[in-house]
Design a protein around this ligand. Structure first.
Ligand code: VGL
Ligand code: ZN
Length: 211
């Protein structure tokens, strides 16, 4: 049975940017494989939005800002444990651009996140301090959105956090599993699926939408 997509459903394409594709500074394995699938899925939706990870060059999540620390190590910050990353998605860099092979001309919004130097933001809704909002929930409310279908990179970070915060904001949320790829460090993927299930996030495969 094919899922019917309505005008009150939105496709949220998370962080499909060059730095997260193979060869990028924080390349996700096989991340490029989801781009054609996203292009096909997007044709089923009248409403598509993108998120874009968008950091200043001295962002606190970069290992390069913490002498003696290496990427994928963690540090304690005011708002909790922060994974340190290779420099990625720096304002105006090629790596920060949306993937060139995305073909979604009808996308209606690109929401940037992670632009505050001292706070990371995996979620499209709120920053890692769990306080600072991006405005995305308000946008979806004004646009009469009921359900979010989420795809993109990476399953265990920005996709997962966006899904959980979307559910917390009162939307129905479904992740299209095969249109995501994961970083999967230190058990992060297993944990992310468990946290999403706990939050009531549903999980489908793209064929259930594409038919
Ligand atoms: C992401 C790590 C750091 C993501 C963004 O898009 O999943 N992961 N910044
Ligand atoms: Zn980032």
């Amino acid at each position: 049975m094919t899922l019917q997509i309505s005008p009150r459903d939105v496709l949220v394409v998370v962080d499909v940017q060059h730095d997260f594709l193979p060869g990028g500074s924080l390349g996700v394995a096989a991340g490029d494989e989801i781009v054609p699938l996203i292009n096909a899925l997007a044709k089923k939706f009248s409403h598509v939005v993108f998120t874009q990870d968008w950091h200043p060059a001295d962002h606190i999540s970069f290992a390069s800002q913490h002498p003696g620390k290496a990427p994928f190590e963690t540090i304690a910050l005011d708002y909790g444990t922060q994974v340190l990353w290779p420099d990625h998605c720096v304002w105006n860099s090629h790596g920060a651009e949306l993937a060139a092979d995305l073909d979604v001309p009808h996308a209606q919004l690109i929401i940037r996140k992670g632009y505050n130097r001292a706070i990371d933001s995996y979620s499209g809704f709120q920053e890692a301090d769990r306080e600072t909002l991006t405005g995305l929930a308000g946008y979806f409310s004004e646009r009469d959105v009921d359900r979010l279908y989420i795809v993109g990179l990476a399953t265990d970070y920005c996709v997962g956090w966006t899904a959980i915060d979307g559910a917390a904001a009162g939307f129905d949320v479904t992740v299209i599993e095969d249109a995501t790829r994961a970083i999967d460090n230190d058990g992060s993927l297993t944990k992310a699926w468990a946290d999403m299930a706990q939050a009531g996030v549903e999980r489908v495969m793209s064929r259930e939408i594409l038919g």
